[in-house]
Each structure stands twice: as C-alpha cells, then as structure tokens.
Design a protein around this ligand. Structure first.
Ligand code: SF4
Length: 298
C-alpha cells in the first residue's frame, strides 16, 4: 500500500509530514501533523526531523524553511501557490513605505519571504486579532488580505491602511448563500473564516481561523453548523465530532491549489526529495525576524 511505503521512507529519511487542514483527506490522514498556518509554523520551528514534507501551498513551505533554515523543506507539487500571496510584491510595498514611513507593517503569512522581510511582524488568522490590537494606538498597514484587515478595522476602529488583496475562495461568498443555508438549516450555527467579506462576517455566530472553527464546533453544545471556509476542514470536524452535522456554506469553497497535492505526490516527494524550497539568506534573516516576533506575541 502507498501509505506503508510513505511511512517506511519517512522513517528512513528522518522526515516529518505536515499538512494543512485544506488538503485532501488522504493527505491529511498520512501526515504526522495537520494544522492551520500558525500550528504548522510552530511545528516547523521546533521539529528535530531533518526533512519537512510540507503539504500545502508554496508560501507555507517557504515559511517552514525560514523558521527552520537548516532543514530540507520539500513542497510535493511545485505549482501549488496561493493567489493572495501574489497580490503584493516587494516593489509596491517599498513604494508605500516610502510615502508612509510611520506605519507599522503587519503582514499576513499568506505572502512571500521578500515581503515578510520588509514587515515589522507577521500574523495568521489565529493570532491577527491579538497582535494587531497590541498596536491599536499606532498607525498600521495590513497586507495583503483586505477582508481580515477590514474586519479588524471595523471591530476596533483602528487607524490601519488595508492592502486590496484577497482569497479568491472566501472572497466569493455571498450573503444570499447564508440566507439560503439558514433557511434550510435553521438550528445550525454559522462559523466563518475572516478572509470572507465583512457583510458575511457580520451575519456569523463565530468568526475565526480554521483551528478556531474546529475548536468552537467541538466545544459547542449545538449539533449543527454551517461552515464558511475551505471544504478540507470538514474531514477533521467530522472525525472529532461524529455526533454533529456540518454543512458547507457554498459549493465554491474548494481551493484548487490546496487540492493539487495527492498522496502519490507525497510518496514521490519523499523518494526524489523534490521540490526543495530555498530562500535567499539575506532575505531569510529579516523575514525570520517578522515570523519570530509573531511566534513570541502569539
Ligand atoms: S484558500 Fe485562499 S488563502 Fe488559502 S491557499 Fe487557497 S487561495 Fe490562498
């Protein structure tokens, strides 16, 4: 069986397999650890394994490399990218900083190393609220996700400029879909990821990261939930809560890039040790400072 081959090779090569909650079920089930960006960053920064096989999109594997520069980090599918991370680049950020030197730059992890290196601190959807409110008396720039930034700006009345990037999956959600699902499932609670538009977040019973949604649903006494984030989350939700029912808010909640990685790619990545992630050492040092600061402040 392919799973046995993976386990054998993983042991021989002293490798750890990390997978994001948005990966296919089969990939999640073969991983040593399944988590969201913050949890996976923490593991990448502390693991003793020589090699990290990162099942996710490329900025995540790059983040693991920055946090563990001495490890070999492999992304099984080179083409797995996050479109949001490409909605900001170093030149545009430098131009903004020149005009606004007094703003603290807060960078969502869905970004590349050269952008992180120009930022004061990184955040994920699990810790953005805590970290951003620490700077609430200062002027800020939040890059690149407009929806999470707008949600926190609205909630805390912050002096924060928001970069106009977005997640193509969550940004497409519509309030009509909420109305339809609420009518169909009147007892269900609505749990939504903050990469979604503000109008939907205002309709939610809970707004939080992927891990936040899993924790909320697992602790809640409610039995039915409408889930407003990528469909991969349904696997851990159902595994942990066999007595509860989960409905996906929209059929559009499927990230093409996250689903590129198949279990065969994990095996090939272990065998061939491709595709290895590299980061320019000069960029890595500054990007690591922003990520380390995030881990300290979380
Ligand atoms: S779900 Fe959205 S933010 Fe996450 S990797 Fe896919 S496009 Fe990027």
């Amino acid at each position: 069986m392919i799973q046995d081959e993976i386990l054998k090779l993983k042991k021989e090569k002293n490798a750890i397999i990390l997978a994001h909650y948005y990966q296919d079920k089969e990939v999640q089930d073969i991983a040593d650890f399944v988590g969201d960006s913050l949890e996976l960053s923490r593991i990448a920064s502390t693991t003793n394994h020589k090699m990290i096989i990162f099942c996710g999109v490329n900025f995540m594997a790059e983040t693991a490399k920055i946090l563990s520069p001495e490890k070999k980090v492999i992304l099984p599918v080179k083409e797995a990218i996050c479109p949001m991370a490409m909605m900001i680049d170093k030149e545009k950020l430098l131009a903004y900083k020149k005009l606004n030197p007094d703003r603290v730059v807060i960078c969502y992890v869905n970004s590349y190393a050269d952008v992180k290196a120009l930022s004061d601190v990184c955040v994920t959807s699990s810790n953005a609220e805590k970290i951003i409110t620490t700077y609430k008396d200062q002027k800020m720039l939040y890059i690149p996700d407009k929806n999470l930034g707008t949600y926190l700006k609205d909630k805390y009345h912050l002096d924060i400029d928001i970069w106009p990037g977005f997640c193509c999956i969550h940004n497409n959600l519509k309030t009509d879909e909420v109305d339809t699902m609420r009518k169909a499932h009147p007892k269900a609670l609505l749990l939504i990821h903050p990469e979604s538009p503000l109008a939907l977040l205002k309709m939610a019973d809970y707004v939080g990261s992927t891990k936040g949604i899993i924790d909320f649903a697992s602790k809640s006494e409610a039995k039915e939930f409408i889930i407003g984030t990528e469909e991969g989350i349904l696997h851990p939700l159902r595994k942990r809560n066999p007595d509860k029912t989960f409905y996906l808010l929209s059929e559009g909640l499927r990230c093409y890039d996250m689903k590129l990685t198949k279990i065969e790619d994990v095996l090939r990545a272990l065998k061939e040790e491709t595709f290895e992630i590299t980061v320019d050492p000069n960029i890595l040092v500054d990007a690591k400072k922003a990520l380390d600061k995030m881990l300290e402040m979380s």
